[in-house]
Design a protein around this ligand. Structure first.
Ligand code: OFO
Length: 163
């Protein structure tokens, strides 16, 4: 496997683990504030991120590459209101989309069709990721400071099974 692509895939594994860490911190924050539904949503999101990391991890190994695990950066400590948190999540997903697209471009430039094919799944997944975070932001904007609307959303988000 091309060493530049291997390094970029390892960097993406690290980014996905950081995403998991980020959402786990958000989940803990919501649990501490008794928003159990938002907490569940974020916890499931963290699990999905771990699955993204493992998908790339398995792929690197399958290609006979080397998995190099590096330090995972700590998530933000100050999180803010539910709206602010979901806005942060949306911005984070947009950043990840950019990283996936750069990786895709790199695979294409190096004629690594297998990696390009593997990344197709991630390109599609990012459309979903941005959509679900974006919808959450819109719903929270509509709820504003209305506590009963927020609690209703909290309950609704807690019903998330998977996405
Ligand atoms: Fe949230 O999609 Fe992976 O990082």
């Amino acid at each position: 496997m091309n060493k530049t692509i291997e390094a970029a895939l390892n960097q993406q594994i690290n980014a996905e683990l950081h995403s998991a860490y980020t959402y786990l911190a958000m989940s803990a924050h919501f649990a501490e504030k008794d928003f159990d539904g938002f907490s569940t949503w974020m916890r499931m999101q963290a699990q999905e991120e771990l699955a993204h990391a493992m998908k790339l991890y398995d792929y690197v190994l399958e290609r006979g590459g080397h998995v190099a695990l590096e330090t995972v950066a700590a998530p933000a400590k100050k999180l803010g209101t539910p709206l602010k948190i979901f806005e942060t999540a949306l911005a984070h997903e947009k950043k990840i989309t950019g990283m996936i697209h750069d990786l895709y471009e790199l695979a294409r430039k190096n004629k690594d069709y297998a990696t390009e094919n593997q990344l197709n799944w991630f390109v599609t997944e990012q459309v979903e990721e941005e959509d679900s975070a974006g919808r959450a932001v819109e719903q929270l904007k509509r709820a504003g400071d209305n506590m009963s609307a927020l609690l209703m959303l909290d309950q609704q988000f807690g019903a998330r099974s998977s996405e």
